[in-house]
Ligand binder design. Structure first.
Ligand code: ZN
Length: 249
């Protein structure tokens, strides 16, 4: 089975469409690690698409805030303004869909899916030290997580004594890099963010988990960033959010 692993789409329909187009024919099923909405200008279009794809989706913190399940009081002012706008424009059926998204972790086909961390859906995993508990406790050899918007992740080999960050870079002139899955190894993989990357590469990030082929592909695809910025501007979304998608920071 080959899974298209999406995360942190953040209401960016152009990024999502580019990801789907580039990966066409290369996967069997879609999973989504949350933050379907928030920040971006296309919440209804993106939720409609995720529903149409029958993606196995868990909720992210921005889905809770955008749907009204939680208030955005712990968000910074810019994120809060976007969450309030998102809540206002979402159709009732899409609000209900987001409100009813399950909390991670979900176990699927030898993989665990979480938004932030196994123990806490809102926890950020940035460093090997922060990744260690999850790698030791993981019920599956592969955990996919999102939330940080940083493509890559962490590896723990059974005979090793340290957590290694995944050394990964998708060159500017190609669309993906491949990581082979090895035995006796536990992986914490972040597919990257489709709609608001923060690792310095503005291209839409996602992954394809090819379980039969024992490999994971990490993808970066170009999309029309200026068109998204234009829609954000017209929606009155905060300027820092409009600027950052061009830099991938
Ligand atoms: Zn996010």
């Amino acid at each position: 089975m080959r899974y298209l692993v999406l995360s942190d789409i953040h209401a960016n329909m152009s990024g999502l469409e580019a990801a789907l187009k580039a990966s066409e024919g290369r996967w069997d099923k879609v999973v989504c690690l949350g933050d379907v909405v928030g920040y971006g200008p296309d919440p209804n279009e993106v939720v409609d698409k995720i529903r149409a794809l029958s993606a196995i989706t868990i909720r992210g913190n921005h889905d809770k805030a955008g749907s009204g399940l939680e208030d955005a009081s712990d968000f910074n002012p810019v994120a809060r303004a976007a969450a309030i706008w998102t809540h206002e424009v979402l159709r009732p059926d899409n609000l209900e869909y987001l409100m009813n998204l399950p909390t991670g972790p979900i176990e699927l086909d030898g993989m665990s899916l979480v938004h932030g961390a196994l123990r806490d859906e809102d926890e950020y995993v940035f460093t090997p030290a922060q990744a260690l508990d999850g790698l030791l406790e993981a019920p599956s050899p592969i955990t996919f997580f999102g939330h940080t918007h940083l493509q890559g992740g962490f590896v723990l080999r059974r005979d090793g004594n340290a957590v290694d960050p995944l050394r990964l870079k998708v060159p500017a002139d190609s669309q993906f890099a491949e990581i082979p899955l090895e035995p006796d190894t536990t992986y914490l993989f972040n597919p990257g963010s489709v709609g608001q990357p923060r690792d310095g590469d503005p291209r839409a990030g996602f992954a394809i988990a090819d379980l039969g082929g024992k490999k994971v592909e990490f993808w970066r695809v170009k999309y029309d960033i200026a068109a998204v910025q234009d829609r954000m501007f017209r929606a009155g979304l905060p300027e820092p959010l409009i600027m950052r998608i061009a830099f991938g920071r």
